[in-house]
Design a protein around this ligand. Structure first.
Ligand SMILES: Cc1cc2nc3c(=O)[nH]c(=O)nc-3n(C[C@H](O)[C@H](O)[C@H](O)COP(=O)(O)OP(=O)(O)OC[C@H]3O[C@@H](n4cnc5c(N)ncnc54)[C@H](O)[C@@H]3O)c2cc1C
Length: 441
């Protein structure tokens, strides 16, 4: 069987580009439509867990990742009085896997978004995917002559709403909606699905780590639930670049622009009051424009609303970055889709394969996605909210709970991205150590 499909991917973000790379490697004709005239990442760095590293390894990007990203071995959190709230070392998961899993110590990788974007984009293009910029997809509709196919309606650019939508040339066996947390297409395909903005967000900036003092760990400092500053080593933006560290400052979403427009020196003093060691980093902020505002959504949508349409990444399940899992889940969605498409097409004609994916993809991803959605929703107010009394039990209990072996292990499994239920988890994969696939995945 093994037919070649025409596949449209909406959104050249992390999930869309990973899916494009995997599916183009399987021999499909893939076109990626991106609303931005100059596709690129927005925001600072992010933490890739062993799960996300596994998918990058399967894309053959393990070595590139290792050369650009910064290993993260621990998560450390303290309150403003210096009391330890969290201290989790990935190394404690080493040798604790089920048979078949890694015996090596896993770790996270802090990666600059620019570096991650470039490696995924180049990989997709190398595999033959075509990137179509400046094309905002407004709707997906069935082909009028053969309803197994989908057609796309598009307008130019990210602000294309006012322009006239036009039907694009070509029809597609599969449309992958990877247009992020504020997906317009999700709203059309699933108007009743949960899509709620979080009231809190963050200001981010990327600084240079000139001495290497910020390597090795994701660190956070909290005062009550209302102030938090964190910093993550994020490696090199490009092979010839400087070592970077991404710093974030938590604040109510409605105040992010107010802070940027206000007295940056006063804000800087607030950051240093919580974390004086950040002096060499915050000194690098020369204008409010270098502070990047980020807000989050809580989204819960089905992964395959129709046969032949797949929602992937934030479009289906955006969450607060409290547990640092969104990009990892998007990569795993892409991997699950590529595998399931490959398996279905080997035994069934295209319409049957699409029906099978429609039935099984959401089910195969449900446990893991649901766990992280709920855990992020539950955890976020303890660290980012106006509910200050929550910080009392947090500051008093979390340090000791992190030391209790059973809970510590569950926390570490959650951090590593492998939880699939409250007491269930998958094997911690061997991360970016995976060799590139020798044949289509
Ligand atoms: C502050 C912050 C910190 C985070 N930290 C982490 C972390 O440490 N670890 C982690 O795993 N995750 C983290 N995340 C989450 C992670 O960034 C997202 O989960 C991930 O980017 C989702 O990828 P995606 O491909 O689904 O969407 P995106 O990366 O958002 O890509 C969507 C793309 O679609 C394009 N697009 C949108 N609409 C259209 C349209 N109609 N037509 C065409 N193109 C369109 C957009 O321009 C964009 O390029 C963080 C998120 C935030 C906000």
């Amino acid at each position: 069987m093994d037919p070649t499909l025409d596949i449209a991917v909406v959104g050249a973000g992390i999930g869309g580009l990973a899916a494009a790379g995997l599916l183009a490697s399987q021999g499909h004709r893939v076109r990626v439509f991106e609303q931005s005239p100059t596709p690129g990442p927005r925001g600072a760095g992010l933490l890739l867990q062993p799960t996300g590293q596994f998918v990058l390894g399967r894309l053959g990007l393990g070595e590139t990742l290792r050369s650009l990203a910064a290993p993260v071995h621990r998560l450390e959190g303290r309150n403003h009085r210096g009391r330890t709230i969290m201290n989790l070392a990935y190394a404690d998961l080493a040798g604790r896997n089920e048979p078949g899993g890694s015996r090596r110590a896993p770790h996270g990788y802090g990666v600059h978004r620019g570096a991650l974007f470039t490696m995924l984009l180049e990989r997709a293009e190398r595999a033959g995917a075509a990137i179509v910029p400046d094309t905002r997809i407004d709707a997906i509709e069935r082909d009028a002559t053969d309803n197994h196919y989908w057609r796309l309606l598009a307008s130019a650019g990210a602000t294309g709403a006012g322009d006239r939508s036009e039907r694009l040339d070509g029809r597609f066996d599969l449309a992958i909606v990877a247009d992020g947390s504020r997906s317009v297409l999700r709203e059309r395909l699933c108007p009743t699905c949960r899509a709620k903005p979080y009231p809190w967000g963050a200001l981010w900036f990327v600084a240079e780590d000139r001495t290497g003092a910020f390597e090795g760990a994701l660190r956070q400092v909290y005062r009550s639930t209302t102030s938090m500053v964190g910093w993550l080593p994020t490696g090199l933006a490009a092979a010839d670049g400087e070592r970077t560290v991404s710093v974030f400052w938590s604040a109510p979403a409605r105040t992010l622009e107010v802070i940027r427009a206000g007295d940056i020196d006063a804000w800087r003093r607030g950051v240093l009051d919580l974390a004086p060691e950040l002096t060499p980093l915050v000194a690098q902020i020369d204008s409010p424009e270098s502070l990047i505002p980020a807000t989050y959504m809580d989204v819960d949508a089905t992964l395959s609303p129709r046969p032949g349409i797949v929602l992937l990444g934030d479009a289906a399940h955006a969450m607060s970055p409290q547990l640092g899992q969104g990009a990892n889940l998007a990569l795993l969605d892409a991997w699950a889709l590529a595998r399931s498409l490959d398996a279905s097409l080997r035994v069934a004609p295209v319409p049957v394969a699409m029906a099978a994916i429609h039935k099984t993809l959401g089910r195969s991803r449900r446990g893991q996605v649901r766990f992280y959605q709920r855990a992020s929703r539950w955890m976020t107010p303890w660290f980012q909210s106006g509910l200050t009394p929550l910080s009392w039990p947090r500051d008093f209990l979390m340090g000791p709970l992190c030391r209790a072996p059973l809970l510590r292990r569950q926390m570490l499994l959650s951090l590593a991205g492998v939880k699939t239920g409250l007491l269930r988890s998958m094997v911690v994969p061997d991360g970016a150590a995976q060799p590139p696939p020798t044949r289509a995945p």
